[in-house]
Design a protein around this ligand. Sequence first.
Ligand SMILES: *Cc1c(COP(=O)(O)O)cnc(C)c1O
Length: 480
Amino acid sequence: MEQFIYDLSQPGRRGVDLPDPDVPETPIPQDLLREDLPLPEVSEQQVVRHYVRLSQKNYAVDIGFYPLGSCTMKYNPKVNERAARLPGFADIHPLQDPATVQGAMQLMYELQEMLGEIAGFDAVSLQPSAGAHGELTGVLIMRAAQIARGQGHRTKILVPDSAHGTNPASTTMSGLEVVELPSDANGNVDLEALRAALDDTVVGLMITNPSTLGLFEQHIVEVCELVHEAGGLVYGDGANLNAIMGICRPGDLGIDVMHFNLHKTFSTPHGGGGPGSGPVGVVAELAPYLPGPLVALDEDKGYHWVWPEKSIGRVRSFHGNFGVMVRAYTYIRMHGAEGLRRVSEDAVLNANYLQALVRERGDYPIPHGDRTCMHEVIIQGKLKGAEDIHTLDIAKRLIDYGFHPPTIYFPLIVPEALMIEPTETESKETIEAFVDALTAIAQEARTQPELLHEAPHAAPVRRLDEVKAARQPVLVRKPA
Ligand SMILES: *Cc1c(COP(=O)(O)O)cnc(C)c1O
Protein backbone atom coordinates (compact mmCIF):
# COMPACT_ATOMS: atom_id res chain seq x y z
CA MET A 1 0.00 0.00 0.00
CA GLU A 2 1.24 3.49 -0.81
CA GLN A 3 2.94 5.18 2.11
CA PHE A 4 3.38 8.59 0.56
CA ILE A 5 1.05 10.82 -1.34
CA TYR A 6 3.82 11.32 -3.93
CA ASP A 7 3.56 7.64 -4.85
CA LEU A 8 0.02 8.27 -6.09
CA SER A 9 0.97 11.12 -8.36
CA GLN A 10 0.04 10.96 -12.07
CA PRO A 11 0.97 13.82 -14.40
CA GLY A 12 -2.05 15.98 -15.14
CA ARG A 13 -4.35 14.53 -12.51
CA ARG A 14 -6.14 17.24 -10.59
CA GLY A 15 -7.91 17.61 -7.28
CA VAL A 16 -10.05 20.64 -8.05
CA ASP A 17 -11.43 22.38 -11.13
CA LEU A 18 -11.69 26.07 -10.51
CA PRO A 19 -14.28 28.05 -12.46
CA ASP A 20 -13.07 30.57 -15.03
CA PRO A 21 -12.38 33.84 -13.25
CA ASP A 22 -15.00 36.56 -13.63
CA VAL A 23 -12.48 39.27 -12.76
CA PRO A 24 -9.35 40.29 -14.65
CA GLU A 25 -6.35 38.04 -13.93
CA THR A 26 -3.51 39.62 -12.00
CA PRO A 27 -0.20 38.55 -13.49
CA ILE A 28 2.13 36.77 -11.04
CA PRO A 29 5.58 38.42 -10.89
CA GLN A 30 7.89 36.25 -13.00
CA ASP A 31 10.59 36.11 -10.34
CA LEU A 32 8.15 34.37 -7.99
CA LEU A 33 7.48 31.56 -10.45
CA ARG A 34 9.51 28.37 -10.35
CA GLU A 35 10.32 26.33 -13.45
CA ASP A 36 9.58 23.17 -11.68
CA LEU A 37 7.42 22.61 -8.60
CA PRO A 38 7.09 18.86 -8.05
CA LEU A 39 3.86 18.68 -6.08
CA PRO A 40 1.89 15.44 -6.09
CA GLU A 41 -0.78 15.43 -8.82
CA VAL A 42 -3.73 13.60 -7.30
CA SER A 43 -7.51 13.66 -7.29
CA GLU A 44 -9.58 14.85 -4.35
CA GLN A 45 -10.71 11.32 -3.64
CA GLN A 46 -7.14 10.06 -3.53
CA VAL A 47 -6.20 12.75 -1.05
CA VAL A 48 -9.18 11.95 1.16
CA ARG A 49 -8.55 8.22 1.09
CA HIS A 50 -4.83 8.65 1.70
CA TYR A 51 -5.26 10.77 4.82
CA VAL A 52 -8.22 8.86 6.21
CA ARG A 53 -6.22 5.64 5.79
CA LEU A 54 -3.26 7.21 7.57
CA SER A 55 -5.49 8.41 10.40
CA GLN A 56 -6.83 4.87 10.81
CA LYS A 57 -3.31 3.56 11.30
CA ASN A 58 -2.85 5.93 14.17
CA TYR A 59 -3.66 5.27 17.80
CA ALA A 60 -5.43 7.98 19.77
CA VAL A 61 -7.15 8.75 23.07
CA ASP A 62 -10.41 8.64 21.13
CA ILE A 63 -9.73 5.02 20.15
CA GLY A 64 -8.58 3.45 23.38
CA PHE A 65 -6.60 3.44 26.61
CA TYR A 66 -3.48 5.59 26.36
CA PRO A 67 -1.70 5.23 29.72
CA LEU A 68 1.45 7.15 28.77
CA GLY A 69 2.98 8.07 32.12
CA SER A 70 3.89 11.71 32.76
CA CYS A 71 1.72 12.78 29.82
CA THR A 72 -1.81 12.84 31.30
CA MET A 73 -3.49 11.52 28.15
CA LYS A 74 -7.00 12.13 29.47
CA TYR A 75 -10.12 12.26 27.35
CA ASN A 76 -10.48 15.60 25.57
CA PRO A 77 -14.10 16.75 25.99
CA LYS A 78 -15.58 17.72 22.63
CA VAL A 79 -17.23 20.80 24.11
CA ASN A 80 -13.73 22.28 24.33
CA GLU A 81 -13.41 21.98 20.57
CA ARG A 82 -16.73 23.70 20.02
CA ALA A 83 -15.66 26.57 22.24
CA ALA A 84 -12.30 26.91 20.49
CA ARG A 85 -14.02 27.07 17.09
CA LEU A 86 -16.42 29.89 18.01
CA PRO A 87 -15.78 32.65 15.44
CA GLY A 88 -15.16 35.22 18.19
CA PHE A 89 -12.20 33.13 19.30
CA ALA A 90 -11.08 31.46 16.08
CA ASP A 91 -11.33 34.34 13.59
CA ILE A 92 -9.54 37.12 15.46
CA HIS A 93 -6.03 38.47 14.97
CA PRO A 94 -3.51 39.10 17.75
CA LEU A 95 -2.79 42.59 16.44
CA GLN A 96 -6.43 43.70 16.66
CA ASP A 97 -7.27 46.74 18.77
CA PRO A 98 -8.01 45.45 22.29
CA ALA A 99 -11.37 47.26 22.17
CA THR A 100 -12.46 44.76 19.47
CA VAL A 101 -11.36 41.59 21.30
CA GLN A 102 -12.53 42.21 24.85
CA GLY A 103 -14.15 38.77 25.12
CA ALA A 104 -10.95 36.93 24.21
CA MET A 105 -8.97 39.11 26.61
CA GLN A 106 -11.51 38.48 29.36
CA LEU A 107 -10.98 34.75 28.84
CA MET A 108 -7.21 35.18 29.13
CA TYR A 109 -7.57 37.40 32.20
CA GLU A 110 -9.87 34.94 33.95
CA LEU A 111 -7.60 32.03 33.02
CA GLN A 112 -4.63 33.87 34.57
CA GLU A 113 -6.71 34.35 37.73
CA MET A 114 -8.04 30.79 37.86
CA LEU A 115 -4.63 29.19 37.37
CA GLY A 116 -3.22 31.43 40.10
CA GLU A 117 -6.01 30.32 42.42
CA ILE A 118 -5.68 26.61 41.59
CA ALA A 119 -1.93 26.52 42.27
CA GLY A 120 -1.57 29.32 44.83
CA PHE A 121 0.35 31.98 42.90
CA ASP A 122 0.08 35.77 42.84
CA ALA A 123 0.55 36.26 39.10
CA VAL A 124 0.48 34.14 35.96
CA SER A 125 1.77 34.67 32.41
CA LEU A 126 0.11 32.67 29.65
CA GLN A 127 2.96 33.23 27.17
CA PRO A 128 5.03 30.01 27.17
CA SER A 129 4.09 27.42 24.56
CA ALA A 130 4.70 24.21 26.51
CA GLY A 131 6.00 22.81 29.76
CA ALA A 132 9.62 22.86 28.68
CA HIS A 133 9.21 26.45 27.50
CA GLY A 134 7.69 27.34 30.88
CA GLU A 135 10.71 25.79 32.59
CA LEU A 136 13.09 27.93 30.55
CA THR A 137 10.96 30.99 31.32
CA GLY A 138 10.88 30.15 35.04
CA VAL A 139 14.62 29.61 35.30
CA LEU A 140 15.25 32.93 33.52
CA ILE A 141 12.88 34.62 36.02
CA MET A 142 14.75 33.04 38.96
CA ARG A 143 18.07 34.19 37.51
CA ALA A 144 16.74 37.75 36.98
CA ALA A 145 15.46 37.87 40.57
CA GLN A 146 18.80 36.61 41.92
CA ILE A 147 20.64 39.29 39.94
CA ALA A 148 18.26 41.93 41.37
CA ARG A 149 19.03 40.61 44.88
CA GLY A 150 22.73 41.19 44.17
CA GLN A 151 23.21 37.42 43.81
CA GLY A 152 24.37 37.32 40.20
CA HIS A 153 27.26 35.03 41.13
CA ARG A 154 24.78 32.18 41.68
CA THR A 155 24.83 29.89 38.63
CA LYS A 156 23.63 26.43 39.67
CA ILE A 157 20.22 24.78 39.55
CA LEU A 158 19.74 21.60 41.59
CA VAL A 159 17.70 18.92 39.79
CA PRO A 160 16.70 15.56 41.35
CA ASP A 161 17.78 12.44 39.45
CA SER A 162 14.14 11.43 38.91
CA ALA A 163 13.48 14.59 36.84
CA HIS A 164 11.99 14.73 33.37
CA GLY A 165 14.63 15.29 30.69
CA THR A 166 13.31 18.75 29.93
CA ASN A 167 14.43 19.96 33.41
CA PRO A 168 18.19 19.65 32.83
CA ALA A 169 17.70 20.62 29.17
CA SER A 170 15.86 23.89 29.86
CA THR A 171 18.29 24.75 32.67
CA THR A 172 21.25 24.21 30.38
CA MET A 173 19.58 26.30 27.68
CA SER A 174 19.23 29.17 30.15
CA GLY A 175 23.01 29.20 30.53
CA LEU A 176 22.94 27.90 34.11
CA GLU A 177 24.57 24.75 35.36
CA VAL A 178 22.70 21.58 36.39
CA VAL A 179 23.68 19.78 39.60
CA GLU A 180 21.99 16.40 40.01
CA LEU A 181 20.53 15.42 43.39
CA PRO A 182 20.02 11.76 44.34
CA SER A 183 16.70 10.35 45.57
CA ASP A 184 16.54 8.44 48.85
CA ALA A 185 15.31 4.87 49.35
CA ASN A 186 11.69 6.05 49.66
CA GLY A 187 11.78 7.99 46.40
CA ASN A 188 12.02 11.41 48.08
CA VAL A 189 14.77 13.97 47.54
CA ASP A 190 17.74 12.95 49.69
CA LEU A 191 17.73 15.69 52.33
CA GLU A 192 21.37 15.18 53.31
CA ALA A 193 22.47 15.51 49.72
CA LEU A 194 20.29 18.62 49.37
CA ARG A 195 21.84 20.23 52.46
CA ALA A 196 25.33 19.44 51.18
CA ALA A 197 24.60 20.96 47.77
CA LEU A 198 23.07 24.21 49.06
CA ASP A 199 25.51 27.10 49.13
CA ASP A 200 25.72 30.60 47.70
CA THR A 201 26.39 29.34 44.18
CA VAL A 202 22.84 27.95 43.93
CA VAL A 203 20.13 29.88 42.06
CA GLY A 204 17.58 27.35 43.20
CA LEU A 205 16.04 23.90 42.98
CA MET A 206 13.81 22.52 40.25
CA ILE A 207 11.46 19.92 41.67
CA THR A 208 8.54 17.88 40.35
CA ASN A 209 5.84 17.17 42.93
CA PRO A 210 4.28 14.65 42.75
CA SER A 211 7.57 13.33 41.40
CA THR A 212 8.04 11.33 38.23
CA LEU A 213 8.17 8.27 40.49
CA GLY A 214 4.44 8.89 40.96
CA LEU A 215 5.04 9.81 44.60
CA PHE A 216 4.21 12.85 46.68
CA GLU A 217 7.45 14.41 47.97
CA GLN A 218 7.00 13.77 51.69
CA HIS A 219 9.40 16.52 52.77
CA ILE A 220 8.32 19.15 50.26
CA VAL A 221 7.82 21.89 52.87
CA GLU A 222 11.19 21.20 54.46
CA VAL A 223 12.87 21.00 51.04
CA CYS A 224 11.52 24.45 50.13
CA GLU A 225 12.55 25.88 53.51
CA LEU A 226 16.09 24.57 53.16
CA VAL A 227 16.42 26.12 49.70
CA HIS A 228 15.00 29.44 50.88
CA GLU A 229 17.28 29.53 53.94
CA ALA A 230 20.24 29.12 51.60
CA GLY A 231 19.05 32.09 49.54
CA GLY A 232 17.72 29.96 46.70
CA LEU A 233 14.38 29.86 44.90
CA VAL A 234 12.22 26.82 44.17
CA TYR A 235 10.95 25.98 40.70
CA GLY A 236 8.02 23.56 40.58
CA ASP A 237 7.56 21.42 37.47
CA GLY A 238 3.75 21.41 37.38
CA ALA A 239 3.32 18.59 34.85
CA ASN A 240 1.82 16.39 37.58
CA LEU A 241 -0.75 18.92 38.79
CA ASN A 242 -3.46 16.44 37.80
CA ALA A 243 -2.85 14.60 41.08
CA ILE A 244 -3.36 17.48 43.51
CA MET A 245 -5.90 20.01 42.20
CA GLY A 246 -8.17 21.27 44.95
CA ILE A 247 -6.20 19.26 47.50
CA CYS A 248 -3.01 21.25 47.94
CA ARG A 249 -1.45 24.23 46.21
CA PRO A 250 2.22 24.31 45.19
CA GLY A 251 2.41 28.02 46.10
CA ASP A 252 1.31 27.21 49.65
CA LEU A 253 3.95 24.49 49.94
CA GLY A 254 6.80 26.90 49.24
CA ILE A 255 7.18 26.75 45.45
CA ASP A 256 8.13 30.17 44.03
CA VAL A 257 7.53 29.60 40.33
CA MET A 258 5.79 26.81 38.44
CA HIS A 259 4.60 25.96 34.95
CA PHE A 260 1.23 24.45 34.15
CA ASN A 261 0.85 22.06 31.23
CA LEU A 262 -2.58 23.14 29.99
CA HIS A 263 -2.44 20.38 27.37
CA LYS A 264 -2.04 17.74 30.09
CA THR A 265 -3.98 18.75 33.19
CA PHE A 266 -6.58 20.80 31.37
CA SER A 267 -7.38 18.41 28.52
CA THR A 268 -6.11 19.73 25.20
CA PRO A 269 -5.22 17.00 22.68
CA HIS A 270 -1.45 16.58 22.64
CA GLY A 271 1.32 14.39 21.35
CA GLY A 272 2.97 14.37 17.97
CA GLY A 273 4.27 17.88 18.53
CA GLY A 274 0.86 19.54 18.51
CA PRO A 275 0.33 22.92 20.12
CA GLY A 276 0.69 23.13 23.88
CA SER A 277 0.59 25.84 26.48
CA GLY A 278 2.84 26.18 29.53
CA PRO A 279 1.74 29.22 31.57
CA VAL A 280 4.01 30.21 34.45
CA GLY A 281 2.75 31.20 37.90
CA VAL A 282 4.90 33.08 40.43
CA VAL A 283 4.88 34.42 43.98
CA ALA A 284 4.63 38.20 44.47
CA GLU A 285 8.40 38.80 44.59
CA LEU A 286 8.83 37.31 41.11
CA ALA A 287 5.77 38.90 39.48
CA PRO A 288 7.69 41.91 38.10
CA TYR A 289 9.87 39.56 36.01
CA LEU A 290 7.11 37.65 34.20
CA PRO A 291 7.20 37.65 30.41
CA GLY A 292 4.63 39.94 28.87
CA PRO A 293 2.29 41.15 27.83
CA LEU A 294 -0.25 40.12 30.48
CA VAL A 295 -3.93 40.99 30.51
CA ALA A 296 -5.01 43.50 33.16
CA LEU A 297 -8.46 44.91 33.97
CA ASP A 298 -9.51 48.33 35.13
CA GLU A 299 -12.73 50.30 34.95
CA ASP A 300 -11.61 52.90 32.40
CA LYS A 301 -9.65 50.78 29.99
CA GLY A 302 -11.44 47.44 30.38
CA TYR A 303 -9.15 44.52 29.52
CA HIS A 304 -5.78 45.76 28.29
CA TRP A 305 -2.20 44.59 27.81
CA VAL A 306 0.39 45.41 30.45
CA TRP A 307 4.11 44.79 30.82
CA PRO A 308 5.53 43.73 34.21
CA GLU A 309 8.06 46.42 35.16
CA LYS A 310 11.21 44.25 35.10
CA SER A 311 9.92 41.68 32.61
CA ILE A 312 12.42 39.20 31.19
CA GLY A 313 10.76 40.16 27.88
CA ARG A 314 8.82 38.18 25.36
CA VAL A 315 9.29 34.45 25.24
CA ARG A 316 6.97 34.00 22.31
CA SER A 317 5.36 35.84 19.44
CA PHE A 318 2.02 37.49 20.15
CA HIS A 319 0.05 36.12 23.14
CA GLY A 320 0.74 32.39 23.42
CA ASN A 321 -1.30 29.49 22.03
CA PHE A 322 -4.73 31.02 22.42
CA GLY A 323 -6.69 27.99 21.15
CA VAL A 324 -5.25 25.87 23.95
CA MET A 325 -6.22 28.54 26.48
CA VAL A 326 -9.84 28.43 25.28
CA ARG A 327 -9.92 24.65 25.75
CA ALA A 328 -8.37 24.87 29.24
CA TYR A 329 -10.75 27.66 30.23
CA THR A 330 -13.75 25.66 29.03
CA TYR A 331 -12.54 22.60 30.90
CA ILE A 332 -12.08 24.54 34.15
CA ARG A 333 -15.49 26.23 33.85
CA MET A 334 -17.23 22.94 33.02
CA HIS A 335 -15.77 21.26 36.13
CA GLY A 336 -15.84 24.07 38.63
CA ALA A 337 -13.72 24.01 41.77
CA GLU A 338 -15.29 20.87 43.20
CA GLY A 339 -15.12 19.11 39.88
CA LEU A 340 -11.40 19.78 39.58
CA ARG A 341 -10.82 18.29 43.01
CA ARG A 342 -12.81 15.24 41.92
CA VAL A 343 -10.61 14.97 38.81
CA SER A 344 -7.53 14.66 40.99
CA GLU A 345 -9.15 12.30 43.47
CA ASP A 346 -10.29 9.99 40.67
CA ALA A 347 -6.91 10.15 38.88
CA VAL A 348 -5.17 9.06 42.10
CA LEU A 349 -7.80 6.42 42.82
CA ASN A 350 -7.45 4.91 39.35
CA ALA A 351 -3.66 4.70 39.60
CA ASN A 352 -3.87 3.11 43.03
CA TYR A 353 -6.46 0.59 41.85
CA LEU A 354 -4.14 -0.33 39.01
CA GLN A 355 -1.19 -0.60 41.41
CA ALA A 356 -3.23 -2.79 43.78
CA LEU A 357 -4.24 -5.15 40.96
CA VAL A 358 -0.67 -5.47 39.68
CA ARG A 359 0.57 -6.11 43.22
CA GLU A 360 -2.11 -8.76 43.78
CA ARG A 361 -1.24 -10.63 40.56
CA GLY A 362 2.41 -10.60 41.61
CA ASP A 363 4.07 -10.70 38.16
CA TYR A 364 5.67 -7.28 37.96
CA PRO A 365 7.87 -5.71 40.68
CA ILE A 366 6.67 -2.31 41.95
CA PRO A 367 9.71 -0.43 43.26
CA HIS A 368 7.75 1.78 45.67
CA GLY A 369 4.75 -0.53 45.97
CA ASP A 370 4.61 -0.03 49.72
CA ARG A 371 3.62 3.62 49.21
CA THR A 372 0.34 5.07 48.03
CA CYS A 373 1.03 6.30 44.52
CA MET A 374 -0.34 9.52 43.14
CA HIS A 375 -1.83 9.73 39.62
CA GLU A 376 0.66 7.30 38.07
CA VAL A 377 2.49 4.16 39.06
CA ILE A 378 5.87 2.74 38.06
CA ILE A 379 6.24 -1.00 37.67
CA GLN A 380 9.14 -2.99 36.22
CA GLY A 381 9.28 -5.29 33.22
CA LYS A 382 11.38 -7.84 35.10
CA LEU A 383 9.52 -11.15 35.01
CA LYS A 384 10.58 -14.16 37.01
CA GLY A 385 11.27 -17.13 34.77
CA ALA A 386 11.60 -14.90 31.68
CA GLU A 387 14.95 -13.19 32.11
CA ASP A 388 15.45 -12.47 28.40
CA ILE A 389 12.21 -10.48 28.20
CA HIS A 390 12.57 -6.73 28.55
CA THR A 391 10.24 -3.82 29.06
CA LEU A 392 10.40 -3.00 25.34
CA ASP A 393 9.04 -6.48 24.48
CA ILE A 394 6.18 -6.08 26.95
CA ALA A 395 5.34 -2.63 25.61
CA LYS A 396 5.28 -3.86 22.01
CA ARG A 397 3.11 -6.83 22.94
CA LEU A 398 0.59 -4.51 24.62
CA ILE A 399 -0.07 -3.04 21.17
CA ASP A 400 -1.34 -6.46 20.04
CA TYR A 401 -3.77 -6.38 22.96
CA GLY A 402 -5.14 -3.07 21.69
CA PHE A 403 -3.48 -0.78 24.23
CA HIS A 404 -1.10 2.08 23.71
CA PRO A 405 2.02 1.18 25.70
CA PRO A 406 2.81 3.20 28.80
CA THR A 407 5.94 5.34 28.99
CA ILE A 408 8.96 3.04 29.18
CA TYR A 409 12.52 3.33 30.51
CA PHE A 410 11.57 6.52 32.36
CA PRO A 411 12.24 7.63 35.07
CA LEU A 412 15.84 6.72 34.36
CA ILE A 413 16.56 5.67 37.95
CA VAL A 414 14.16 2.70 37.73
CA PRO A 415 15.59 -0.17 35.62
CA GLU A 416 13.10 -1.59 33.07
CA ALA A 417 10.49 0.99 34.08
CA LEU A 418 6.90 0.97 32.82
CA MET A 419 5.30 4.25 33.88
CA ILE A 420 1.52 3.92 33.83
CA GLU A 421 -0.86 6.88 34.12
CA PRO A 422 -4.47 5.81 33.67
CA THR A 423 -5.99 9.30 34.26
CA GLU A 424 -9.37 9.93 35.85
CA THR A 425 -11.28 9.49 32.60
CA GLU A 426 -10.82 5.70 32.41
CA SER A 427 -13.34 3.24 33.75
CA LYS A 428 -12.74 0.46 36.26
CA GLU A 429 -13.34 -2.07 33.45
CA THR A 430 -10.63 -0.55 31.25
CA ILE A 431 -8.09 -0.64 34.06
CA GLU A 432 -8.97 -4.26 34.79
CA ALA A 433 -8.69 -5.19 31.10
CA PHE A 434 -5.27 -3.53 30.95
CA VAL A 435 -4.00 -5.42 34.00
CA ASP A 436 -5.43 -8.63 32.50
CA ALA A 437 -3.32 -7.94 29.40
CA LEU A 438 -0.23 -7.39 31.55
CA THR A 439 -0.91 -10.69 33.30
CA ALA A 440 -1.46 -12.55 30.02
CA ILE A 441 1.79 -11.09 28.66
CA ALA A 442 3.69 -12.22 31.76
CA GLN A 443 2.36 -15.71 31.13
CA GLU A 444 3.37 -15.60 27.45
CA ALA A 445 6.82 -14.37 28.45
CA ARG A 446 7.39 -17.63 30.26
CA THR A 447 5.80 -19.97 27.73
CA GLN A 448 6.17 -18.32 24.29
CA PRO A 449 8.89 -15.66 24.62
CA GLU A 450 9.24 -15.35 20.81
CA LEU A 451 5.72 -13.90 20.69
CA LEU A 452 7.01 -10.98 22.72
CA HIS A 453 10.37 -10.64 21.00
CA GLU A 454 8.63 -10.31 17.65
CA ALA A 455 5.73 -8.11 18.76
CA PRO A 456 3.80 -6.20 17.64
CA HIS A 457 2.13 -8.64 15.29
CA ALA A 458 -1.14 -6.82 14.65
CA ALA A 459 0.05 -3.24 14.10
CA PRO A 460 0.34 -1.50 10.69
CA VAL A 461 4.11 -1.50 11.16
CA ARG A 462 6.19 -4.07 13.01
CA ARG A 463 9.07 -3.29 15.32
CA LEU A 464 10.94 -0.26 14.06
CA ASP A 465 14.67 0.17 13.81
CA GLU A 466 14.85 3.05 16.25
CA VAL A 467 18.63 3.35 16.09
CA LYS A 468 18.55 3.73 12.32
CA ALA A 469 15.65 6.17 12.57
CA ALA A 470 17.72 8.34 14.92
CA ARG A 471 21.01 8.05 12.99
CA GLN A 472 19.69 8.32 9.45
CA PRO A 473 16.43 10.25 9.68
CA VAL A 474 14.53 10.81 6.42
CA LEU A 475 12.88 14.11 7.10
CA VAL A 476 11.83 15.11 3.60
CA ARG A 477 10.14 12.86 1.09
CA LYS A 478 10.93 13.79 -2.48
CA PRO A 479 9.26 12.39 -5.56
CA ALA A 480 11.15 9.49 -7.12
C1 LIG B 1 5.52 16.65 30.01
C2 LIG B 1 6.48 17.00 31.06
C3 LIG B 1 7.33 18.11 30.92
C4 LIG B 1 7.46 18.91 29.65
O1 LIG B 1 6.27 19.44 29.21
P1 LIG B 1 5.99 19.71 27.65
O2 LIG B 1 4.71 20.43 27.64
O3 LIG B 1 5.97 18.38 26.99
O4 LIG B 1 7.14 20.55 27.15
C5 LIG B 1 8.14 18.42 31.98
N1 LIG B 1 8.16 17.69 33.10
C6 LIG B 1 7.36 16.62 33.27
C7 LIG B 1 7.39 15.85 34.57
C8 LIG B 1 6.50 16.24 32.26
O5 LIG B 1 5.72 15.16 32.40
